[in-house]
Each structure stands twice: as structure tokens, then as C-alpha cells.
Design a protein around this ligand. Structure first.
Ligand code: 4NP
Length: 158
């Protein structure tokens, strides 16, 4: 069976999108659905390439028992657009950069994480606020809503 491939995307790939990657991996594992998914994350910028998850983001994941060891930042490419089924950004600026790097969105694969929830908008950006708890809450709400939507559209996930 073809896996559902999801790529989470933010500016640096060291805070928000890795948090979404590891939260989503945990949600599907707890739901017994890990085998049906391939999940990863990437940056729109080249600023942090090769760097590990930012320590406060890593600590927030670890508080909840999630281990992001080994994840390093990488940049989104047009090949990712072809490979992944869904490319999920964190804010409107990400989405514009995703469209630029992917050469548009002819297959309607691009979306924003909180658009799957009842409160569309931006995932809280902890870069200047230092508020990783707000990011944790937004990412969890978004990933849970995304999984619910996928269950509705993919009956084999039941
Ligand atoms: P992220 O956070 O996009 O959530 O990974 C940021 C990381 C790096 C920068 C900005 C935001 N930066 O300006 O380098």
C-alpha cells in the first residue's frame, strides 16, 4: 500500500516544523497507524541547514516524551513537491515561500496546519517570543485535526 506522505514546513526547520513532525509521528503511532504514513519536515530558508532542533523546542518535545535526536534542518525542494502528498506550512509567509520553491501548487498539495482546525491562522512562532508552550498547543491541535481529516478521507485508516 502507498503510504500517505506528509512534509511539515517552516522558515528554519529547527522549531515549528520539527515539532509538528514529531507530534504527528507520535499521534499516528499511538493510533496504531504508523505503517500508513511517511512524515518529515523541511525549511523554506537555507539559514539553519544541517542544524539540530533548537534546544528549547527539543526540550518541549522531551517534556512530553518525544525524542527528536538526529533530526537536522534541510531545505524544501521541487522534488519534495513531487514526492509528498501534503506539504503543510505554519504561516502565510511559509506558504508564499513554499509556492516559490515548488513552482506553484498545480496539485493542490500545499496547506497551513491550523487550516485543519476550527481556528485557521498561524502556528505561534516562538522565535522572538520564546513561548514554546503556545507552539506546542497549536501544533498538537493542528496535527490532531489533520489526522481526523485524513481518517475521514482515507477509509483504510479506520
Ligand atoms: P522555525 O523558527 O521557522 O520555526 O524553525 C525559526 C528558525 C530560524 C529563524 C527564524 C525562525 N531564523 O531567522 O534563522
Amino acid at each position: 500500500m502507498q503510504k500517505i506522505r506528509i512534509l511539515f514546513v517552516c522558515l528554519g526547520n529547527i522549531c515549528r516544523s520539527p515539532m509538528a513532525e514529531f507530534v504527528m509521528k507520535d499521534l499516528i503511532k499511538k493510533a496504531g497507524l504508523a505503517e500508513y504514513f511517511e512524515i518529515a519536515s523541511a525549511a523554506t530558508s537555507s539559514e539553519e541547514l544541517g542544524n539540530p532542533v533548537y534546544p528549547p523546542a527539543r526540550r518541549k518535545l522531551a517534556e512530553h516524551g518525544l525524542d527528536c535526536t538526529g533530526k537536522t534542518a534541510r531545505q524544501l525542494t521541487a522534488a519534495d513537491y513531487r514526492y509528498y502528498d501534503l506539504l503543510v506550512g505554519m504561516d502565510a509567509s511559509n506558504l508564499r515561500n513554499m509556492q516559490r520553491l515548488c513552482g506553484g501548487d498545480p496539485h493542490k498539495k500545499l496547506s497551513l496546519l491550523l487550516d485543519y482546525t476550527a481556528r485557521p491562522g498561524s502556528v505561534a512562532d516562538p522565535w522572538y517570543t520564546g513561548d514554546f508552550e503556545a507552539t506546542w498547543r497549536d501544533v498538537n491541535e493542528g496535527c490532531a485535526a489533520l489526522l481526523e481529516q485524513l481518517k475521514q478521507t482515507h477509509p483504510f485508516l479506520h
